[in-house]
Structure formats: C-alpha cells, structure tokens
Design a protein around this ligand. Sequence first.
Ligand SMILES: Cc1cc2nc3c(=O)[nH]c(=O)nc-3n(C[C@H](O)[C@H](O)[C@H](O)COP(=O)(O)OP(=O)(O)OC[C@H]3O[C@@H](n4cnc5c(N)ncnc54)[C@H](O)[C@@H]3O)c2cc1C
Length: 441
Amino acid sequence: MMTQTAIMICAMLVLKLSPGHCSNCYLTPEICGVKPLEICTPCPGNPWVGCCSEPPESPDCYKNPGTCDEGQWCELNDRKSWDESESTTMGRCLPLQRMCASCDADFEEYNPPIVPGLDAFDFYSPTYSPEYKIGSYLDRATRCGKGLICTGKLIPALPATCVVARPLAPNKTYDKPTAENVYNWGKRWMRMGARNLLNTVANRTPAEQDDQGASRSDIHRGVNFIIGALWNTKLWGTFTPLTIESTYDELCCHWDNYTATLSTFQVNRTGPEYRNPLTPKDPEMGNAPPCVWCSYDGAYNDENPSVWSLIHALTFNLPEEVSEEQFQVLQSMPLWLREHLSCPLCRSHIKEHLIDLGVPATHSGVAWARFFWQAHNYVNEQSEVTRCGSQSCGWGVWNTPPAYTCAGVYRSPWYLSFAKASEQWFLGPQINSTLQSINVH
Ligand SMILES: Cc1cc2nc3c(=O)[nH]c(=O)nc-3n(C[C@H](O)[C@H](O)[C@H](O)COP(=O)(O)OP(=O)(O)OC[C@H]3O[C@@H](n4cnc5c(N)ncnc54)[C@H](O)[C@@H]3O)c2cc1C
C-alpha cells in the first residue's frame, strides 16, 4: 500500500534517485504511510528490500493494563500530537531482565513511594542516574524481574546489574531503632579498636605501656560525642552518655557458659562469628548471640552490624537540615571508622568503600542517610558474609567462592533498597504509615 503523499514524494525524488528507491523503503523511508501508520519491514521473499506494511497487532498495555505476560513489563512511551483523539501515551510489553543481566534502576527502587497511585516502576530514578531528568520514562528494555533489584550506578565495583534484593527479616522481626536498641549498639562502639595486642611496646610491662594512638578514654569520649551530637531527643529522650562499665557483664565468646547457648547449627558453622542476614533471629539458624572476644581484642562479636545499625538509626532520623556541629561529626565518621573499627580488613577498606564514594558536603539530613545506605550496600557486596555465607571463608584457600562466573551470584543477597532501609530505620510518622500500607519492592 502506498499513500498519495508517498507517491508524490517519490515522483519528486525520481529525477534524482535510482529506480529502486520508489519501492524500497529501506532506501526511501518517506514512502511509507503516516495515517494509517505503516512501518518498513523486509519484503516477502526478498529481505534485502524494505516494503511498507501495516504494523503488527500488539496490545497497548497502557490502554489495556494487565495485558503483559508474566516475566514482562509495560514500557510506556509518549507520542506528541495535536490530535486530541489520538492516544498519546502507549505501552508495549517487554521481557524483564534476569539475574546478572544489565539493567536501569527505576524510581521505585530508589525512592520510597509516598504518592498512592503513582506507578513509580515506570520512571527513571534521578538519584541513580542524574542524566535522566525526573519524569523520564524508563524506555529501555532493561528492567529487573521479580525479586531482583538493579544496583544502578551506586556500586562502583559493578556495572548496573540485576541482583537478588535483600529482604528485611520476616514478620517484621528486623531490628528497629528503639531507644534500648540504640543504646545497645552504642555499647559496641565503646569497645571499638579495643585492646590491640599488636600495638604494645616490647619489653614494657602492661603498667608501663603508653597509650598507642587514641587512649581508651578518648575513644569513649568520642563515641559519646558522636552519638550525643546526632541523637534525636524527640524519639529517644535525653541522651545518657554510655559507660564502659555497662559492657562488663557480657559473656566472653570462649567461655563454656557462652558456647552452651549456641545452637548445633551455629557451632557447626563459625560459632560466635556466625551471621545469618536472612533470618537473623531464628533460634537455631540465626545470628550467634552477643559476646566479647576477651582473650583477643576485647571487641564485641557483633560490632560490625551494630556499627551500621547505630549509623542508620541516627542518620535516618536526622533533622531535615543538620546543624554545623552535626555536619562536622557526620563528615568525621568515615575517618573515625578508618581509625577505630576493630575489624582490620574492614578498616583497610574504608577509603575505598566510604571516602571514595564522595563524603557529602551537604547539611541535608536525608543525603547523609543515603550516603551511609549506599556505602553499606557497597561494603556488603564484597563482605565475607555475602560471599561466603558466614564470616569465615578461608581467604585464598580452596573454598573461597568464585566471583568470576557472574557478578550477580552471591551466597547471601546484600542489596537493600532505599525503600526497605527507610522502612527499617526511619521513624517519621507520615512516611512509615504510608510504607506499611504499600507492598514495596
Ligand atoms: C564501616 C564498616 C566496614 C565494613 N567493611 C567490611 C569489609 O571490608 N569486609 C567484610 O567482610 N565486612 C565488612 N563489614 C561488615 C559487614 O558490612 C556486615 O556488617 C557483616 O557482614 C554482618 O552482616 P549482617 O548481615 O549480619 O548485618 P549487616 O549487613 O551489617 O546489617 C545490619 C543491619 O543493617 C540493615 N541493613 C543492611 N543493609 C543496609 C543498607 N544498605 N542500608 C541500611 N540498612 C541496611 C540490616 O537490615 C540489619 O538490620 C564492615 C562493617 C562496617 C560497619
């Protein structure tokens, strides 16, 4: 079928072009009709030549929601037109990406959905890819399938990849930032960088040892200063400074009365070090209970997750605009961690995992929550728990799991969406009640 306009264009072109042009739409795309629309497809029996044809019947999933099959999503596109009767937004069904495939992150994945009725899955997330303006439709066929999440550009070690989304612990058993929990996490900080046995001066008795680096009392004052500065009194009342004495009644990790509390499952894995990111409170297969490494460095066995928990509890509940003092404290946190984390491996990664991400230079409270959320995901992509299923996989030994097969294959899911992180840590009344009523990604 050739429209009159196309015939006219062809007649005008015929003087200049070789004969084949008027019937080959690969060479002269203008010859195909506009209304009704024709597209240029391979000619029957001669695929090298283009023939104008009617577009195939395909469901418009914007006009007819729910027409896409399982494993597909509805990509929306706008067609600009002056014709009021035309359908200007159309949708077509496209396959979802599988695990390990590349992807574009959507608005839903990176922003807690607070507007009912907004299908945030359809839009790019401006925080993930600043080159897309807010409101841009996700218009490439690279959206992750069910249960997966797109890492976007937030994990420097990975290209944007579909990975299994880390869920919150089932039945809302995940830790919430109650005052009691926040104090408990703070107690772990009091034992940070604890007794560094390698840091003694030879040939001196313990009484003669000078403080190496920061003194214990400086660490305690620093911890109380950090927590006190970022503390939300409206949520947790007036801050009572922590004391080291409050940690003295903990059991030592090697004592019989501690090991007797471990389940057979935990004993058969890494004992006090065992962690289970998926069902942390399960009595048999969950995290090992807290204890202190008395004969090693005096730190808590759960210092690492508690350091994160305290940081998230404080930063997700900051004021909209932080004060100058809070800003200084927040900017110093990566340096504090680099100096005082008890885990030497983690400490050595702080520059790469936190500082090189770009420590925020802003007084916006939520920007700080996002920074530590992003850093936590980046750290966990490469953590021993994620890669090995516990905190010990024998570095360099035969059982170190291969990472080369697919960047999306891990033993434990590690990428927690910002929406889920907000659900866990943010105590603001409005957003939390909205989140509870929406089944978020
Ligand atoms: C500063 C720092 C650096 C570290 N560096 C390393 C390292 O280099 N190598 C290594 O093997 N381990 C490192 N760790 C430890 C690692 O990050 C985990 O804490 C540890 O593997 C325990 O895992 P988990 O699943 O028990 O708890 P975590 O993953 O620590 O989770 C603790 C809590 O935070 C929540 N959570 C999880 N992810 C997020 C997020 N993105 N945003 C907000 N909340 C979240 C969880 O729901 C949970 O309640 C580091 C820890 C810290 C604090």
